[in-house]
Ligand binder design. Structure first.
Ligand code: SF4
Length: 354
């Protein structure tokens, strides 16, 4: 089977340009976009208001579904669902559907969140992460990023209204395709998910951060920090050797000048590495400097990796130290632990079984 480009990543102007090049009027772009996003057509032959010759030409050149879901796992502890998709070239990508109560102005609403992958594998090799174990294979196209959202809505039967780019891969290392996907995600005629419901999570890719700041949309940003000084952070995050805190912090200050949302520092608590109490005031000082909130995550055991989860008492003491320092802090336990829902684990299991 030939690998065909997908139309999912085409914005309305891009569709208009494509169709103009094929000799068609601009209104056809609106019709085509409605078939793709409003009616969720899976086959060009469903697009009955397009001329048959156009349908045939589009079918010969493009696909509407650049991936197929091959496995869905439901958590036994909740309604978290993780699914694995196979792309046209046979590579696998994973995504997680996470229902969550989100507080808004005192009220609570259920938002359906999708944790999206941006690459096959990852080159960044964070020490706690299963995705790094298989190395980097390739960037996802913008359409493959978007197709995960389409698949999640088909699996759940509901609209995805919150996105976190926390799946496999470093999204800012795939910044061109990420920005193309974001254009379609936020397009009211396509997925229509607002910027404030989209979180980009980065390991601290400084050039990507600067590009994202230039993009100028009120997105949310989460930074995998895991160490408030280079000696600690470099043990967990090899990326810190390339872009140490002396480069990351100014990039985050620049982000803060463009964004009205607080940065979130993700901090996985690892016994004997970064969960010792003297690290808490250092983390508090950095969070205060960057007006960030902190999300503490007790380490989620990954088969084949050496790190150990601290005791519950240690985690609570670390959390209390941040609260006492006046830092907004949450403690999050990974959802879907029983379905290998930590980043990269489902694909890792599948690839190592193969
Ligand atoms: S945590 Fe993210 S950036 Fe780090 S290795 Fe895993 S996928 Fe890559």
């Amino acid at each position: 089977m030939p690998v065909l480009p997908s139309l999912l990543e085409y914005t309305h102007p891009a569709l208009a340009e494509l169709l103009a090049g094929m000799g068609h009027k601009a209104y056809r772009a609106t019709q085509l976009q409605e078939w793709i996003w409003k009616h969720r057509a899976t086959d060009f032959e469903q697009m009955l208001n397009l001329p048959p010759a156009l349908r045939q030409e589009l079918a010969a050149r493009f696909t509407l579904r650049p991936l197929n879901v091959v496995e869905v796992n439901q958590s036994t502890t909740g309604s978290t669902r993780k699914f694995l998709s196979r792309m046209q070239d046979g590579h696998l990508v994973e995504s997680v559907i996470i229902p969550a109560a989100v507080g808004q102005g005192g009220a609570h609403s259920e938002r359906l969140t999708l944790c999206v992958s941006s690459q096959v594998g990852c080159a960044f090799g964070c020490k706690f992460c299963a995705s790094g174990l298989l190395g980097f294979t390739r960037n996802l196209t913008a359409s493959e990023i978007l197709a995960q959202i389409v698949a999640a809505e088909e699996i759940s039967g509901e609209r995805i209204d919150n996105l976190v780019f926390m799946g496999m891969g470093e999204p800012l290392a795939n910044i061109d395709n990420l920005l193309t996907a974001l254009d379609v995600i936020m397009d009211q005629r396509a997925l229509n998910i607002g910027a404030r419901h989209i979180t980009i999570s980065t390991s601290g890719n400084v050039p990507g951060l600067r590009r994202l700041a230039e993009y100028g949309k009120p997105l949310r940003l989460a930074v995998s920090l895991h160490g408030a000084r280079d000696e600690v952070r470099s043990q967990v995050m090899p990326v810190n050797k390339k872009w140490p805190l002396s480069q990351l912090v100014p990039a985050l200050e620049e982000w803060n000048r463009c964004s009205k949302h607080k940065i979130t520092f993700e901090y996985i608590l690892i016994e004997g590495v970064n969960a010792m109490l003297p690290e808490a005031p250092r983390l508090a000082a950095l969070a205060r400097k960057l007006n960030a909130k902190v999300n503490l995550i007790p380490y989620n055991t990954v088969e084949g990796l050496p790190w150990v989860r601290p005791t519950e008492a240690n985690c609570r003491a670390f959390c209390r130290a941040l609260i006492n320092a006046g830092i907004p802090v949450t403690m999050r336990y990974e959802k879907g632990h029983d379905i290998n829902a930590a980043c990269g684990q489902l694909r890792l299991r599948r690839e190592t079984q193969a």
